[in-house]
Design a protein around this ligand. Structure first.
Ligand code: S3P
Length: 426
């Protein structure tokens, strides 16, 4: 894909469903009794991987006419899959499903693509093993493939060294099946979609400061869920609306859960013009429409408790920082190294090629903004968030920006390029 400078972006866009929430809706719907109906489910490859895994464990799931209908098997009704469960590119599928599979009365194996086979799974193997789980990294390298031998689990209190919703959720899902209460304390609060959806399905879950505690469940009851738009997908349009001159965008149906809205707080600190309309709550999650206008931006410092609330938005924040006056410092973000790619190295390498003044640090990056960027050949490393970030950078840079592996946006935002094109003022 090739991108060039555009003069303006105008119009409205409705953001597709939230990836994290779509995964969780399939998982809880499969474990519930009765029917769960999901509207605005994200039809991205990651969420379809989760759907396929549960189908392969005997759950009947229809996906047609914009509605996903799950005929739940109940908490103890999953069946042993015939083959290895294919998680594709999805860390969320791997880590959250491991918590569920650890407690089943069968053995199975999880595996995925080259990227997933490099991502750290020790972070879930350790706590789940403390609960009594029997999980083997088949190549003994702490990564997938994972062989999971289902077994009865005990409740634990786990103090997680990382603020990770995948780690927290994996343990809480295992806790549904444990013999007593399970709690997870994290250094900072990570996204709380699991906790909110547990409550929505009737599970007894409480939260206090950075600790979430679940009581083992007797049963979950099928629900109707409307998935809010994904703020991580909205982020590219927010950034584009702020950076491209003469722009005004109405970005509809954006989830603004406070454990996910760090990007909005950072944009505000950088001097962005963003206003909220039509605030409401859908399926227990807050949403709003956002009006974004071209703004002159200034650098900022990001670190500490805000990091988990914007972890997936750091690539696009790095792009914003290049177009802001002054210095932006991103710290406490070492988790970026273990995402779909090493997002510190990949951002620094590609932005340097485009002429940015950017330096990698141990836990983030330092960007001196205000230098005009020029087009370059960008290797996305098949990381969807890298491809989308550089598409937006390309709209504001001199010359041609060519993105290699651009089709990987399919993971979280299949219609991304078309939606972007539709907003360009010709
Ligand atoms: C996710 C949690 C985050 C995020 C990922 C989705 C989730 O990962 O980066 O895209 O759905 O729980 P970590 O928990 O590894 O930070």
């Amino acid at each position: 894909m090739i991108f060039q400078k555009v003069n303006a972006l105008k119009g409205e866009i409705t953001i597709p469903g939230d990836k994290s929430i779509s995964h969780r809706a399939i998982m809880l719907g499969s474990l519930a009794e009765g029917v769960t109906e999901i509207s605005n489910f994200l039809q991205g490859a990651d969420c379809l991987s989760t759907m396929e895994c549960f189908r392969n464990m005997g759950v009947s799931i229809e996906n047609k006419n914009g509605l996903v209908t799950i005929h739940g098997n109940g908490l103890h009704g999953l069946k042993q899959p015939k083959d290895t469960l294919d998680v594709g590119n999805s860390g969320t599928t791997t880590r959250l499903m491991s918590g569920i599979l650890a407690a089943q009365n069968f053995t199975c194996t999880l595996n995925g693509d080259a990227s997933i086979q490099k991502r750290p799974m020790g972070r879930i193997i350790t706590p789940l093993s403390q609960m009594g789980a029997d999980i083997l990294s088949v190549k003994d390298n702490g990564c997938a493939p994972l062989k999971i031998i289902g077994t009865p689990l005990h409740g634990i209190h786990y103090k997680s060294p990382v603020a990770s919703a995948q780690v927290k959720s994996s343990i809480l899902l295992a806790g549904l099946f444990a013999d007593g209460e399970t709690s997870v304390t994290e250094p900072y609060v990570s996204r709380n979609h699991t906790e909110l959806m547990f409550r929505y399905f009737g599970v007894d879950i409480s939260t206090k400061e950075t600790t979430a505690t679940v009581t083992p469940a007797d049963k979950l009851v099928g629900q109707k869920i409307i998935v809010p738009g994904d703020i991580s997908s909205a982020a590219y349009f927010i950034a584009a609306g702020l950076m491209v001159p003469n722009s005004e965008l109405l970005i509809k149906n954006v989830g603004i859960n406070p454990t996910r809205d760090g990007i909005l707080r950072v944009c505000e600190a950088m001097g962005a013009s963003i206003s909220y309309e039509n605030k409401q709550e859908i399926s227990g999650e807050p949403t709003a429409d956002l009006v974004v206008k071209t703004s002159s931006l200034k650098g900022t410092t990001i670190g500490g408790s805000i990091i988990p609330t914007l972890i997936d938005e750091i690539p696009i924040i790095a792009i914003l920082a290049c177009f802001a006056e002054g210095t932006t410092v991103i710290k406490d973000a070492q988790e970026l190294k273990v995402k779909e790619s090493n997002r510190i190295d990949v951002m620094v390498e590609n932005l340097t090629k485009m002429g940015a003044d950017i330096t990698a640090t141990d836990d983030g990056m330092i960007i001196h903004g205000g230098k005009p960027l020029h087009g370059a050949e960008i290797d996305s490393k098949l990381d969807h968030r890298i491809a989308m970030s550089f598409a937006i950078a390309g709209l504001c840079s001199e010359g041609e920006t060519k993105i290699l592996g651009a089709e990987c946006v399919n993971i979280s935002f299949p219609n991304f390029y078309q939606d972007l094109e539709d907003l360009v003022v010709k």
